[in-house]
Design a protein around this ligand. Structure first.
Ligand code: FAD
Ligand code: 2HG
Ligand code: ZN
Length: 476
């Protein structure tokens, strides 16, 4: 145990002794205390919460993570696990003199197992690095998101990330076979290795997926791979109404299409991307109110699935225009129109983000109610809709003019957001489809989870982390 200063606002131990103790474990070079650098390491993409960690630590191995956590546990020092810091819910924010434990140095990826179709990596590997390792072995990793170059596998697991290919491959939970986790007392749990089947009691690794770092630190994972998708076709489709989007989805389903992505965005989102994303251009001569990005796999025996579908949509005026990507440059361009929305919105003005989830068959009535609420919103709040609509995940972004008062905007947007969240229980929807609760949506958990469920989750947390040192203040 180290020296204590009982009145200190942050950890109960003397800050300098804490830093010295951490340096002994990971080496001087791997503990950051510079205030400017800490502003970076203690923050995620939200950038609306106060940031004030005591230090950031960069362990290089699972044993070092375990030793750091054990040290924090013995001294009741609070920890914020940190990945690529692209989170959109404030989950990786350290604002109360916590120790940030970053997995940035733990990026090893083992050789792909082509027979078992698995890949094992440390939690600090980026999503893109895992995608590339799978591709180099002639295989495919199913999680994809615009932040792939920065976000970590550990962050993806801890947020149970959804992303652009959820409709075909599921979210991060569906990719995880095995998990190594450091518990809040420093114990290392190595769960399930790469087994596909294992009925020997509770599947405890599932608890850590989507736990937002509140139950332990993910240090390593074994992930599922698949064969590469074949003959992938991509179309950008312009439509008049939201109902047309759902009609297209239904008809793709009924045609037996293997949809690999079904995304949408409004013309407002499109305009913002065209304004801010370098090189972005619209594929159509005339703009339309909504757009669908439809990606599907053609049948192995040849013969296009995409073309006859689009022909029918043109014939009965379900779509106003549609373009099929003809080469890899166009593929990238079309995907860019969707993937660049988040960055373009950030360049456009102040933003407040929602990532709600609804049963797909309830999207149409929900959108009608949402439009009625939006019509009552203050005129300087622009409401931008896009998202993974094929799996019922709608992104609502409230955007305020650049240069305006940031706090006043957040307050005004919050009022609209609350009204929209309040519609969700009627449709059995969720306030978070994929980004998580973090600090941002703590107050809103009640819209999606019952009092009993919340109490049960708190009980689980108290069993695993009785001293409450692991990412305190997040989710609840
Ligand atoms: P961080 O932001 O560092 O952390 C996220 C949470 O996980 C925090 O609570 C943190 O404490 C915890 N954590 C991180 N690493 C660990 C670990 N090793 N062990 C335990 N806990 C840990 N999300 C989607 O789901 N779908 C999208 O399509 C999508 N697109 C995005 C596009 C852009 C441009 C951006 C900026 C973000 C996007 N996101 C998306 C959000 C974000 O990328 C994901 O939530 C991602 O999974 C976060 O990973 P990260 O490594 O950046 O985690
Ligand atoms: C996406 O789908 C991400 O692009 C980010 O989940 C969504 O910016 C957002 O609101
Ligand atoms: Zn998303």
């Amino acid at each position: 145990m180290i020296e204590r200063t009982p009145d200190a606002a942050g950890p109960k131990a003397n800050p300098q002794s804490v830093i010295d103790g951490l340096r002994k474990i990971v080496g001087d070079r791997h503990v950051v205390t510079d205030p400017a650098e800490l502003q970076v390491w203690g923050c995620d993409w939200t950038k609306i919460f106060a940031v004030d960690p005591l230090a950031a630590v960069f362990p290089g191995t699972t044993s070092e993570v375990s030793a750091v956590v054990k040290f924090c546990h013995e001294n009741r020092i609070k920890i914020v696990p940190s990945g690529g810091r692209t989170g959109l819910a404030g989950g990786a924010v350290a604002g109360k003199k916590e120790i940030v434990i970053s997995l940035n140095r733990m990026t090893n990826i083992d050789p792909v197992d082509r027979t078992g179709l698995t890949i094992r990596c440390e939690a600090g590997a980026t999503t893109q690095a895992v995608q590339e390792a799978a591709a180099a072995a002639g295989l495919f990793f199913g999680l994809d998101l615009a932040a792939k170059g920065s976000c970590h596998i550990g962050g993806n697991i801890s947020t149970n990330a959804g992303g652009l290919k959820f409709i075909r491959y599921g979210g991060m939970r569906e990719q995880v076979l095995g998990l190594e986790v450091v518990l809040p007392d420093g114990t290392v749990l190595d769960m399930n290795s790469s087994l596909r089947k294992n009925n020997t009691g509770y599947d405890i690794k599932q608890l850590f997926i989507g736990a937002e770092g509140t139950l332990g630190i993910v240090t390593r994972a074994t992930l599922r791979l698949t064969a590469k998708p074949r003959n992938v076709q991509l179309a950008c489709i312009g439509v008049k109404s939201f109902d047309n989007i759902l009609d297209i989805l239904t008809r793709c389903n009924m045609a037996g299409a293997t949809i690999t992505a079904f995304e949408f965005f409004t013309d407002v989102a499109h305009g913002i991307v065209l304004k801010h994303a370098a090189g972005a251009r619209t594929p159509f001569a005339a703009r339309t109110p909504f757009y669908v990005i439809l990606e599907l796999e053609d049948a192995p025996g040849g013969g296009s699935v995409m073309e006859p579908l689009l022909e029918k949509f043109f014939e009965d005026e379900t779509c106003l225009d549609a373009v099929i990507a003809q080469n890899s440059t166009q593929f990238k361009e079309f995907w860019g129109l969707r993937e660049n929305i988040t960055e373009s919105l950030a360049a456009h003005g102040h933003v407040r983000k929602n990532d709600i989830s609804l049963p797909v068959d309830k999207l149409a009535p929900f959108i009608k109610e949402l439009e009625a609420e939006v019509a009552k919103a203050p005129k300087d709040i622009e409401v931008v809709l896009f998202g993974h609509i094929g799996d019922g995940n709608l992104h609502i972004n409230y955007v305020g003019p650049k240069g305006g008062d940031k706090d006043a905007f957040q307050q005004a947007a919050r009022q609209v957001e609350e009204k929209i969240f309040a519609i969700l229980p009627k449709y059995k929807g969720s306030v978070s489809a994929e980004h998580g609760i973090g600090l941002l949506k703590k107050k809103d958990l009640k819209f999606s989870r019952s009092i009993d469920e919340i109490a049960f989750m708190k009980k689980i947390r108290a069993i695993i982390d009785p001293d409450g040192i692991m990412n305190p203040g997040k989710i609840f």
